[in-house]
Design a binder for this molecule. Sequence first.
Ligand code: GTQ
Length: 346
Amino acid sequence: MTATALAGTRRAFYDRIAQLDMAPLWETLHQLVPPSPATPCVPAMWRYDDVRPYLLESGRLITAKEAVRRVLILENPGLRGQAAITHTLYAGLQLILPGEIAPSHRHTQSALRFIVEGDGAYTAVDGEKTTMRPGDFIITPSWTWHDHGNDSAEPMVWLDGLDIPLVRMLDAGFAENYPEDSQALTRPEGDALARYGSGLLPLGYEATSRTSPVFNYPYARTREALETMRRAAAWDPCHGIRMTYTNPATGSYAMPTIGAFIQLLPKGFTMAPYRSTDGTVFAVVEGKGRSTIADKIFDWGPRDLFVAPSWAWQTHVADSDAVLFSFSDRPVQQVLGLWREQRGNR
Ligand code: GTQ
């Protein structure tokens, strides 16, 4: 048989087995088992100044109550239509205007909030309210009731990070609405942080879930920790001083599906190249600088957002002292034994 004839015979064979819902592995094996991650996720950046006018415009088009969550989804250009910023994670910017309430619901997807703009709106989680301030890291564990409200005089904006694409892939999503807009509060504000986030734990405490019992990690404390550490800590050549938000009861990540990090990059420091298999979303809190992600260069300042795909080389430079928040699916990859990282030379 000639090569052309063989190719034709094969194609006819593929058509015949397609009738039985089968396909030949050998045509796609190299794609199915790539030598290194071949993600459709691409490096991308959202400048806050570009996005903010649209966010405020959305506030004139729909109320938080009608929208349930008034969010502009940040869609990775390589994943349009999938509500995904990386292959496994969702991100969006949520706006809540003075006097509004985003009604209470719960879902199996875990969520994090990283506060970008405004001061004094609240989120209520599992019977307790917490006031939100810029830079605060707040979590909404899987299947906990949560509603958001704004009693302040200013619009409030935060970055939402959820494991929506991951849970969708696992077909493990459930959701329900609370019978009223606001859930019943059973504990005073600050209770969880005092009880679990002060280097103390209640006597005989045993974790009842895989998520941290602390649900607001206030920026004031985080920033102070970074500032104190810089006096003694050696800078990591790739990350500066980078810390993980942890569950104080286990020392592990604050949530089982999303890892969150905060890092301080010193002024004038060029980080060494780094890559890891967890596609990572970055939010700039303070300072100015630039990151090279694969072949893209992003100049960033406060409130800008960018994403580094799995296994893409990343290098950060800070022109002034800079603080970056970031999140990824690292806990999932690590618990499954899949996570890899590589450090390059400066
Ligand atoms: O605040 O509960 O961005 O359920 C997407 C889904 C936010 C939320 C989002 C959600 C929420």
